[in-house]
Design a protein around this ligand. Structure first.
Ligand code: AMP
Ligand code: MG
Length: 484
């Protein structure tokens, strides 16, 4: 097997070498054959072999399992040591084109970072991460991927008993801002430098030749996060736990815990049961990303310049640049939702539309999707969503005028809008439905169906029209849980 485990070649202080703890009765539930093919990962033939592999009972040849150490700011508070407490990195797999993929098992048993945890995962969070991360990928958002889902045949005890599961995650890497914080907080700047060099080598090799590779690294990570969060905003995604340990340096979305998609548009939307003060609310995500990047900058100061003041001012300048960069991406993503190039009248129109949405608390996803039809005055379904139709009618007139001014033909606008405004998202009540069917009836069909529909989120799929519906009041999900 073409594993090339570069992280395992770093010093032992970066991880613990540990194997997954075998499980009693593993069963394969889903394998992502398309991803396996992209990776040139040879899948075994039988279900029992797949189950053994993706539960960690049998290690693939060439794997060198590790639990990675990291620290992190959780809800603003620094925790000096977190680490993979319920996950092991099997290794780095190379496809024939040389692309590198981290393969990690999540829910694979205790490690030295488990603290009081059991190292296991109930099947619910496994299902959520599979559905949402694959949907994100299809929506065009940088993300870790799902390679497989297994059940363990063991029970996991939380506030009640749940069936256990293991998730196989594939990522560009598992290097987090928290990985840097772990060593910086111990004043181990040799390790910080090793990790920075490793990151540059792995993700941003062109920076090796820059005047100041570490300042350039900070810039790259800021850009990647600005791009990422702007994309989250476009589809109404709320990560829910934007802690520094859940922020990658690669710019992929990672750690789908209490994440959720906004139904009715409200910038203050929060789902996570543990987010009491709305720190990670929808509209706060950009400023929190910047906060996390400031924490990253803090780790790199001594590498950026030996003169602390000079280092600080350089780092501050870069982190401050996040604001402008985010806004650039944000308006480009968001104006595309109304079919316009992000000129200043287009931005005003966007903001006005969002205000109307907020006032009427109408469904974020469906109203933008319907707008695609309203270009050609087919706006009856759109109007039905709104209480105050006059306000919307006025806006529609102005908007159509702006499309004309920008010289955008109706067909072009509709097409562009449809590829930026999904018809299907993993709606929270559908995800819950899939999880409940699995837990209560061992029925994975709703989960598989949802995954199939979300393969084509931007396509009309009339046979699945009910999956476009926003939740009825009795179906609405108000809170999501880590469930770990
Ligand atoms: P998360 O909130 O998922 O980002 O996890 C935060 C930290 O808690 C990480 O260090 C996890 O490895 C650890 N953790 C979460 N659940 C468990 C568990 N069941 N057993 C051991 N460690 C866990
Ligand atoms: Mg995490």
């Amino acid at each position: 097997m073409p594993f090339d485990n570069s992280y395992a070649r770093l010093d032992e202080k970066f991880y613990q070498r540990i194997k997954p703890t075998p499980v009693k009765n593993p069963r394969i539930i889903l394998v992502n054959r398309e991803l396996a093919e992209e990776m040139d990962f040879p899948l075994p033939e039988t279900d029992s072999e797949l189950a053994e592999l993706f539960s960690g009972n049998k290690l693939p040849l060439g794997a060198e399992p590790l639990a990675l150490v990291y620290a992190g700011h959780q809800f603003g508070n620094f925790v000096p040591r977190l680490g993979d407490g319920r996950a092991v990195l099997l290794g780095e797999f190379l496809n024939t084109a040389g692309k590198r993929y981290d393969i990690q098992l999540k829910g694979s048993g205790q490690t030295m970072f488990s603290r009081n945890g059991d190292g296991r995962s109930p099947i619910g969070p496994v299902i959520r991460e599979y559905i949402v991360s694959e949907a994100m990928f299809r929506l065009g958002i940088p993300t870790t991927r799902a390679l497989a889902m297994t059940s363990t045949g063991e029970k996991v005890y939380r506030e009640q008993e749940f069936p256990g599961g293991i998730f196989t995650r594939v990522a560009a890497s598992h290097i987090r801002i928290g990985s840097f914080e772990y060593f910086a907080s111990r004043n181990d700047f040799d390790a910080v430098r090793t990790l920075a060099d490793y990151t540059i080598n792995r993700h941003y090799p062109a920076l090796k030749d820059s005047d100041n590779p570490y300042a350039a690294l900070l810039e790259k990570v800021c850009s990647a996060q600005a791009r990422l969060v702007a994309k989250w905003m476009r589809i109404g995604f709320i990560h829910g736990v934007m802690n520094t340990d859940n922020t990658t340096v690669s710019g992929e979305t990672i750690d789908y815990g209490p994440c959720a998609f906004m139904d009715g548009y409200d910038p203050a939307t929060v789902f996570s049961s543990i987010d009491h003060y709305g720190r990670y609310a929808y509209a706060r995500q950009p400023s929190i990303a910047q906060w996390n990047l400031a924490a990253f900058a803090g780790c790199l100061l001594t590498l950026i310049h030996e003169d602390t003041e000079l280092a600080k001012s350089r780092a501050e300048e870069i982190v401050e640049g996040f604001g402008a960069e985010f806004r650039k991406h944000y308006f480009s993503e968001m104006c595309a939702k109304i079919g316009l190039v992000p000129t200043s009248p287009a931005k005003d129109l966007l903001n006005e539309f969002l205000e109307i949405l907020q006032k009427s608390k109408v469904d974020f996803t469906n109203s933008f999707r319907e707008l695609g039809k309203a270009v050609r005055h087919e706006h009856s379904a759109l109007l039905e969503l709104f209480a105050d139709r006059e306000l919307l009618q006025n806006w529609l007139e102005k908007w159509r005028g702006e499309l004309k001014k920008q010289g955008i033909a109706p067909e072009t606008a509709t097409k562009a809008m449809n590829s930026n405004n999904p018809a299907f998202i993993p709606r929270n009540h559908r995800v819950e439905e899939a999880i409940n069917a699995a837990i209560e009836h061992n029925d994975f069909e709703p989960c598989k169906k949802l995954i199939t529909i979300l393969l084509l989120p931007y396509e009309e799929q009339p046979e699945y029209a009910e999956y476009m519906n926003f939740p009825e009041p009795n179906e609405r999900v108000y809170q999501t849980f880590c469930g770990t």
